[in-house]
Design a protein around this ligand. Structure first.
Ligand code: C5P
Length: 466
């Protein structure tokens, strides 16, 4: 085996070795031996299968296809302990996590604790040969869908704003081509300091996203103010939002009603209609696919919930109105539900009995008009309010009258005469009515109608003419 003396190393390597040895409290010779041992272990490691590689200090998993990965950088602050809970929350959401602890973070949480929760080794050192040969800082920066810093200290913010890269965390932040989300945590005075605020403005201008800080009690007794790290659940939600595919409606809140309503006659009977909810559900799915934050308020349907949509289940028109009002504000609201126009005037808490051939009189009263209520809302009217009109005759004319009467921006009118097969069917023929024009869309699947509508909404919300 060839022998190597430290004197034979070039000056730069010698300096790095000296620094490392000092950091680990070893002699330079011992440090060199450690580096060689770790490097040879890492070399063996690269020959093992890719699914679950053994590294010098543990294992690292390759996420299954479709699973998103977050690189979590834990900064040094008392809030660091909450990052362990954040890791747990992300794993609950099936998000893979890799973790870097800064030197200061290791004063608050150990690599052992973080590694145990992550389920693989955590990364701490920029000049770690085992790490560099195995998963170097460039791979850490790139093999992720999002980089999150929680807690983001004033120091980390300053370094990132200034482009420093003198440790693993900052080198990764500089080398990444992925979005960065910071969860700042610091003393309120540090947060409001001009330097921090200057760095915040710079980072925002650079496209860095932020969650928090929140207002509240500080770890230091008696101090209150803006500077608490956002709670792990809030950070997890911000991460999920960042990981959503970016589309034409990213950042927009869309509210949709769908399905029929059921209006009880008595505890066992109800007034209903033949709406399947297919069109409203397809719109909710298309809005979510376009990146919107979607709330779907739906009456009784047998459809499964669209993926990535907040679903609120209701029975009656009055419940639907209440849920819709709670879900405001929204950028656009689409009222695709076939809301029952009437409900029973009185309440029958017991089943109505058949008595001696006498036909009961069902006296009805009008339901609230949800679309009109929202379209005429004083403070929370969405920018776009869109209705449907299910007609059996004079479709376009009736739809135009409805547009004016209800105060909405657009109406999608369709002929629901039984012969068309639209009610409950998979296809739809829409007359798209605006105050200035009426268009007839081709007969197409309800999914394609939804996509066309979502494109129109995205154009209108972006400020262009629909
Ligand atoms: O039933 P009508 O033809 O008036 O429905 C037109 C539009 O108004 C639809 O978009 C429907 O969702 C909405 N609507 C409502 N609340 C009602 C009745 C209808 O939101 N009570």
């Amino acid at each position: 085996m060839a022998s190597l003396t430290i004197r034979q190393l070039d000056e730069a390597s010698k300096k790095r070795l000296k620094l490392r040895a000092a950091r680990h409290g070893r002699s330079m010779e011992d440090e060199a031996r450690t580096i060689l041992r770790e490097a040879s272990e890492a070399g063996e490691d690269r020959a093992t299968p890719p699914e679950r590689k053994k590294s010098a200090r543990g294992t690292h998993a390759v996420p299954a296809p479709g699973v998103k990965r977050v690189l979590l950088i834990v900064g040094g602050g008392i809030a660091a302990y909450k990052s362990l809970d954040l890791i747990r929350r992300l794993k609950e959401r099936k998000i893979a996590v890799r973790c870097i602890l800064t030197k200061a973070a290791q004063e608050f949480v150990t690599s052992l604790a973080a590694g145990a929760i992550v389920g693989e080794r955590v990364f701490t050192d920029l000049f770690d040969p085992a790490g560099e040969f195995d998963i170097g800082h460039i791979r850490l920066a790139r093999e992720t869908d999002l980089v999150v810093v929680a807690p983001a200290t004033a120091d980390l913010m300053a370094k990132l704003a200034g482009g420093h890269a003198n440790d693993l965390a900052t080198a990764v932040l500089l080398a990444t081509d992925k979005n960065i989300l910071l969860a700042p945590a610091m003393n309120p005075r540090m947060w409001s300091h001009k330097a921090t605020q200057r760095n915040l403005a710079q980072l925002k201008a650079d496209g860095v996203a932020f969650i928090g800080p929140n207002e509240g009690e500080m770890a230091e007794s008696g101090e209150r103010g803006l500077g608490r790290m956002a709670e792990p659940l809030e950070i997890a939600a911000a991460i999920e939002a960042q990981l959503k595919p970016r589309g034409a409606l990213t950042g927009k809140r869309i509210l949709i009603t769908s399905g029929p309503t059921h209006e009880p006659i008595d505890p066992v009977r109800y007034i209903a209609n033949r709406s399947s909810g297919k069109q409203g559900h397809a719109i909710a799915a298309a809005a979510a696919a376009a990146g919107a934050d979607v709330t779907l308020v739906r009456g009784p349907v047998s459809l499964s919930d669209p993926v990535g949509v907040r679903v609120i289940k209701v029975e009656t028109a009055r419940e639907m109105l209440e849920a819709v009002e709670k879900a405001l504000p929204a950028d656009a609201a689409i009222f695709a539900a076939a809301v029952a126009d009437w409900r029973m005037a009185g309440e029958h808490t017991q089943k109505i009995k058949k008595s001696g051939g006498k036909i009961p009189e069902l006296s009805l009263t009008e339901n609230p008009d949800i679309l009109a209520t929202v379209a005429k809302h004083k403070s929370k009217r969405p920018k776009l309010v869109i209705g449907f009109a299910a007609e059996t005759e004079n479709v376009a004319r009736n739809a135009k009258a409805k547009l004016a009467a209800k105060g909405c921006d657009w109406i999608l009118a369709n002929d629901v005469s039984p012969a068309t097969g639209i009610m409950g069917g998979d296809r739809n023929t829409i007359q798209f009515v605006t105050p200035s024009a009426t268009e007839t869309w081709p007969t197409q699947s309800k999914e394609d109608v939804a996509k066309m509508l979502i494109e129109r909404i995205a154009t209108a919300l972006s400020g262009a003419k629909a």
